[in-house]
Ligand binder design. Structure first.
Ligand code: PEP
Ligand code: MG
Length: 888
């Protein structure tokens, strides 16, 4: 077993391929070293040590300490230094690095190796006492906080007290002598809080830091982040120990972060920020406002702070060249951290950059056009769920904007909501069904839950790479950061802007595209689906095998779905066509009638509406397939609930409200989801199916005339358990088809098929396929009946199952491919055995879930059907599934 991997001086024991073992950071540092880029030498302790650590009561494998000693000596040889040496001390940083990047989640310690003796050596070498003592106090503060658990506020208080006493305003006012005093105060604080002196032995310091990094894998922030991003706890983190380079050794030193393309828009322009005379954490923390890296960006931002291109042209040009090398090497946009120590450039990190969905699209399309990646790769790179972000509204360009301030356009999209000042308030507002904007000075990893609950995030401090900006982009939420003209007083619950005062609960709007902050609510506009979006979707369409249809019953939904690229309707829930206030009375009348005659009277009112609905749908779909499902009303959704509703229907039916109440009571069910619904209704009351079949056929004839395209309706029977049920309903449909043919003198083409949404239907699919020309998997009901968990009641306890790890995910959201999936597979196999060309689709909610779509591809379904807004997601997910199955 090898536990430690070294890198530096143009070579490394590891490589980018070893992410699982070395973590993303360690693997990429090794790769950069192998590419001959300037990387401070160091070593990575593997994720296997983390696993070992937790499997053995937080202890280490015995060989580890020898391997770490040897690695430290190797770093010493490369730097000409010795750990703990009083003349040329080696100082190191200690950082965590998981397989997947977890920004801001794990702890870092810098300047490790400093103590009362080495601080003097650092001062001599740098020729700068002040710098050395500032570094030492930073180290004690970070180490005290991260490793020893001393609250960082306590350190800040000591510093603030000292500044007050001396009349200083800025940290830069402090002299070397001041920092010495602060260091003494810090050491006294540590001794008081921990009962032990601050560790002077660098080796003890190092093991303390390593333990803290491994320990932080199980801190609450990390656990939350993993849960939100589906990262297994078993992966563990690596620890990277690396020789320190200093960006705060005076005016020829700097530190910065950069993206090789704009992470917000995807534009192919180097994009980044830096600070002169600063350490890495200063940039991310957003305490000082950073400077632009390129002149072009500085000019665009109208900043009067000079760019890196101007102040350190040599380092800038070397950096630009490295950006090109890394982008070509990794064939992706890179997120880079660098430090310049006295004019010499050092690369500290390279990884694939997080980006908005808009940027991801643009980068993928442009890289494919540049020939850097293939079109298949471009399609494979976009997370289908992220397309949701592009479907976000933006502010209507014609709208009046009552602008009260502006900040950086940190994450696109616009959002309105009530002002909240804490993450807990954000959750509370969301709970009561309202929308909110989280307004903070800056956010920290403790705010993740509030950021999730909010529609958007507004901060008054911090840059484009601040915590708020990075996390909001990842979540796809609009964010405006660094809106410095706004003042937040969270304690008093007040936001002041332009002399106006806003309180919690007041509505504001943020525009993450421009950075504007606007009072009140503003009209929004739906997004354009052209440009890069259309291009990539076009590529996806060439790749995918499965068709994508939509679940729609209203003309508006059907039109939206076609605009999103739907290739037909996979499920028209006819009962939903009657939720409308003007119509539901007729449906209730029909359901509540206690004679066939009464029902026919109500149905006669419904027929023309229904026919007109179908004509419209056929016309909108213009020759594309349309699957219409016969009525499937879970009765509890349709029975009248209020006295007013009862009276209205009693009048319409011509009975007393009392008599009607009796009828409602007689129809009430204990388990409506398993009750008198689906085809059971058509079997009890055949006249319902007769009316619907007639409406469908008459509409098909009418629409074929207006569109000039043939209309072949697919009539779908719901909730079938036995072939006999399907036969019974199919007979009705066939009979009406014959009647309409006779009346019209026109031949009518149509198909009859069934939902497969009960386990019995899945198992008996072979005989059901004798009657059914198509199957559509109703995985909502199939999940309900396979698990025996009520769709309507699951919400109250399924979350607990997921939290306790008893279920990997909610099976109503993402298909349970093992259980429910096996039934789907069985039904598909048995159906095809009877009828080789049987058409197979899915129309449960899972038809719009990327993981479930992947499963549908493996079963070989012909199409998936989902709600209109998920159609683009399904098109892309279907393409990715096809790519995957081609590879397999
Ligand atoms: C299903 O059960 O999956 C389905 C699509 O039908 P509904 O949701 O209307 O019951
Ligand atoms: Mg169903």
């Amino acid at each position: 077993m090898k536990w430690v991997y070294t890198f530096g001086d143009g070579r490394a024991e590891g490589s980018a391929a070893m992410k699982e073992l070395l973590g993303g950071k360690g693997a990429n540092l090794a790769e950069m070293a192998n590419l001959g880029l300037p990387v401070p030498p160091g070593f990575t302790i593997t994720t296997e040590v983390c696993t070992w650590f937790y499997a053995h009561e937080r202890t280490y494998p015995v060989e580890l300490s020898l391997e770490v000693d040897e690695a430290l000596r190797s770093v010493g040889r490369k730097t000409g230094r010795v750990f703990g040496d009083a003349e040329r001390p080696l100082l190191v940083s200690v950082r965590s690095g998981a397989r997947a990047s977890m920004p801001g989640m794990m702890d870092t310690v810098l300047n490790l190796g400093l103590n009362d003796s080495t601080v003097n050596a650092l001062a001599r070498e740098a020729g700068d006492d002040r710098f050395a003592w500032d570094s030492y106090r930073r180290f004690i503060q970070m180490y005290g906080d991260v490793v020893l658990g001393v609250d960082h506020h306590a350190f800040e208080e000591i510093l603030d007290d000292h500044k007050d006493r001396e009349g200083y305003v800025l940290d830069t006012d402090l002299t070397a002598a001041d920092w010495r005093v602060v260091v003494e105060g810090y050491k006294a604080l540590v001794a008081e809080e921990t009962g032990e002196a601050f560790p002077q032995d660098p080796t003890a310091q190092l093991w303390g830091a390593i333990g803290a990094v491994f320990g932080s894998w199980m801190n609450a922030r990390a656990i939350t982040y993993r849960r939100l991003h589906d990262i297994p706890a078993s992966w563990g983190t690596a620890v990277t120990v690396q020789a320190m380079v200093f960006g705060n050794m005076g005016e020829t030193s700097a530190t910065g972060v950069a993206f090789t393309r704009n992470p917000s828009t995807g534009e192919k322009l180097l994009y980044g920020e830096f600070l002169v005379n600063a350490q890495g954490e200063d940039v991310v923390a957003g305490i000082r406002t950073p400077q632009d890296i390129t002149e072009a960006a500085r000019i665009a931002a109208r900043s009067d702070r000079p760019s890196l291109e101007r102040v350190m042209p040599d380092a800038f040009h070397e950096f630009v060249a490295i950006c090109g090398t890394l982008e070509k090497h990794y064939r992706d946009m890179q997120d880079l951290e660098f430090t310049i120590e006295r004019g010499k450039l050092w690369m500290l990190q390279a990884r694939s950059g997080k980006r908005t969905a808009e940027a991801a699209l643009r980068i993928a399309v442009e890289m494919a056009d540049e020939g850097l990646i293939t079109r298949d790769e471009a399609v494979g790179r976009i997370d289908p769920s992220s397309l949701d972000q592009l479907l976000h509204p933006t502010i209507d360009p014609g709208a009046h904007r009552d602008i009260i301030g502006s900040g950086l356009p940190a994450s696109p999209g616009a959002a309105s909501g009530e002002i909240v000042f804490t993450s807990d308030e954000a959750e509370a507002v969301k709970q009561r069904g309202a929308r909110c904007i989280l307004v903070r000075v800056e956010t920290s990893p403790e705010d993740i839950h509030g950021m999730h609950a909010a529609e958007g995030i507004l901060t008054t401090r911090g840059g484009m790479t601040s915590h708020a900006a990075v996390v909001a982009r990842g979540m796809g939420k609009p964010c405006v950061s660094g809106a410095g003209s706004l003042k937040v007083d969270a304690g008093r619950g007040v936001l002041t802007a332009l002399g106006r005062t806003f309180r919690a609960g007041d509505i504001i709007t943020i525009d993450g595209g421009t950075g504007q902050v606007i009072a009140g609510e503003v009209p929004m506009r739906q997004p354009e689906l052209s440009g890069n979006f259309a291009k990539l979707m076009g590529w996806a369409d060439e790749i995918r095998r499965m068709r994508v249809r939509t679940n729609a019953e209203t003309p508006a939904d059907a039109r939206a779905a076609r605009a999103f690229g739907a290739e037909g309707i996979g499920l028209c829930r006819t009962e939903h066509m009657f939720f409308d206030a003007g119509r539901i009375t007729a449906v209730r009348e029909m359901i509540l009638a206690d004679t066939s005659e009464g029902r026919r009277k109500a149905l006669a009112k419904i027929l023309p509406m229904q026919r007109q609905d179908f004509v419209e749908l056929f016309e909108i779909m213009h020759g594309l397939p349309v699957t219409i499902r016969l009525l499937d009303p879970p009765l509890h959704e349709f029975l009248p609930k209020t006295e007013g509703e009862l009276d209205e229907i009693a009048a319409a039916v011509g009975v007393t409200p009392e008599k009607l109440k009796d009828r409602v009571n007689a129809l009430a069910e204990f388990n409506p989801m398993l009750g008198h619904r689906g085809c059971r209704l058509a079997i009890s009351y055949p006249e319902i199916a007769e009316m619907q079949a007639r409406a469908i056929f008459e509409a098909a004839i009418a629409a074929a005339k207006t569109t000039g395209a043939p209309v072949i309706p697919e009539i779908m029977v719901p909730l079938v358990a036995t072939k006999a049920e399907l036969d019974y309903v199919k007979d009705i449909v066939d009979r009406i088809a014959a009647a309409v043919t006779k009346e019209s003198g026109l031949d009518i083409a149509y198909q009859v098929g069934t939902m497969i949404e009960l386990p019995r239907a899945a198992l008996r699919a072979a005989e059901i396929a004798e009657a059914a020309e198509f199957f559509s998997f109703g995985t909502n009901d199939l999940t309900q009946t396979t698990f025996g968990i009520s769709r309507d009641d699951a919400a109250s306890f399924l979350g607990t199952y997921v939290n306790k790890g008893l279920l990997a995910h909610d099976p109503f959201v993402s298909l349970d491919t093992e259980g429910v999936g096996e039934l789907v597979q069985i039904a598909a196999d048995r159906g095809r055995r009877t009828r080789a060309d049987i058409k197979l689709g899915i129309c449960g909610e899972h038809g719009g879930d990327p993981a479930s779509i992947g499963f549908c591809e493996t079963v070989g379904l012909d199409y998936v059907s989902c709600s209109p807004f998920r159609v683009p997601i399904a098109r892309l997910a279907a393409a990715q599934s096809a790519l995957k199955s081609r590879k397999a």
